[in-house]
Write a protein that binds this ligand. Structure first.
Ligand SMILES: NC(=O)C1=CN([C@@H]2O[C@H](COP(=O)(O)OP(=O)(O)OC[C@H]3O[C@@H](n4cnc5c(N)ncnc54)[C@H](O)[C@@H]3O)[C@@H](O)[C@H]2O)C=CC1
Ligand SMILES: C[C@]12CCC(=O)C=C1CC[C@@H]1[C@@H]2[C@@H](O)C[C@@]2(C)[C@H]1CC[C@]2(O)C(=O)C=O
Length: 257
């Protein structure tokens, strides 16, 4: 049960973030949805189905410190107290070769992917951990847990994924040092590296392509369901010994070049 969980979940108007909010709330916790202002109608539909006592929306660009601060404030101003769980799912994926037919990879695109995926994730870690540090510790001396989302592209980046794989590799890389940095205040840091999940990121592909992608996965022979990501988030929250590690959730899949 997550009845003591007060969470902030970025990128949670959609896909893996949304499934995380649904899981946390169905297990008794509360969640602040942090997503871009353009996603407000999706956020409203989640609030309608889960209840405004359990879920609130804070329009947020994760690259902006003031937006993340406002989301953390919303939890405290709503009477929920400081968050004790922060899950980063906000992310963007681009495809562009390092040197393509039209010339070199856009530097702006590379910087933007790193800004949202990596800098945005670290922004949440640094600001959320400060709030968690004000909480009373539990029996294990722990005050909170931070869960990041990388990708198996951090290890098996494909053609055209230099920016995306770099942004996710950096999240893998910061997991242990952040866990070490925050151990003194009793905050755990974990990262999930998903394989292929059926979210709006992949749902836009033709069905045939989705089916073919699903068949590449050794077992189970299908794309992941976002609820399976939500289940893993719940396990990480509940298990005090999980810290400083990256967990792949990919059905044994390794991406080809
Ligand atoms: N679906 C998949 O197969 C996989 C997804 N991932 C990662 O999981 C995370 C979630 O992806 P999905 O749920 O599939 O995608 P999605 O596109 O359904 O959700 C991503 C959410 O992030 C939000 N977002 C984008 N930029 C933002 C910003 N600057 N500030 C706040 N929110 C922002 C979007 O508005 C969207 O609601 C991403 O980091 C993605 O890279 C990793 C591996 C596999
Ligand atoms: C590049 C992929 C695969 C081929 C295709 O038809 C369309 C794509 C666009 C979305 C990409 C696809 C694949 O590379 C896996 C990722 C990178 C996907 C976005 C998220 C993704 O599922 C991932 O991070 C997997 O680890």
């Amino acid at each position: 049960m997550l009845s003591k969980t007060v969470s902030l979940v970025t990128g949670s108007a959609s896909g893996l973030g949304r499934a995380t909010v649904e899981r946390i709330v169905s297990s008794g916790g509360k969640a602040i949805i942090c997503d871009l202002p353009s996603q407000s109608s999706l956020a409203d539909s989640i609030i309608d189905s889960l209840g405004s006592d359990n879920v609130k929306f804070s329009p947020c660009d994760v690259t902006q410190s003031s937006d993340v601060t406002a989301a953390l404030d919303l939890s405290e101003n709503s009477g929920w107290g400081p968050v004790n769980c922060a899950v980063s799912c906000a992310g963007i994926a681009t495809a562009s070769k390092t040197l393509g037919r039209k010339g070199p990879h856009s530097l702006e695109m590379f910087s933007n992917v790193l800004a949202v995926n990596t800098v945005g994730t670290f922004n949440v870690i640094r600001l959320a951990s400060e709030r968690m540090s004000t909480l009373d510790p539990d029996d294990n001396g722990q005050r909170g847990v931070i869960i990041n989302t990388a990708s198996i592209a951090a290890y098996d980046g494909q053609v055209g994924q230099a920016a995306y794989a770099a942004s996710k590799g950096a999240i893998v890389g910061l997991t242990l040092p952040c866990a070490r940095d925050l151990s003194g205040v009793g905050v755990r840091v974990m990262t999930i590296a998903p394989g292929l999940f059926l979210t709006p990121l992949l749902a836009g592909l033709p069905e045939k392509v989705q089916e073919e992608m699903g068949k590449q996965i050794p077992c189970p022979r299908r794309l992941g369901d976002p609820s399976e990501f939500g289940k893993l988030v719940e396990s990480i929250i509940e298990n005090p010994m999980l810290n400083g590690e990256v967990i792949r959730i990919d059905g044994g899949y390794r991406m080809p070049p």
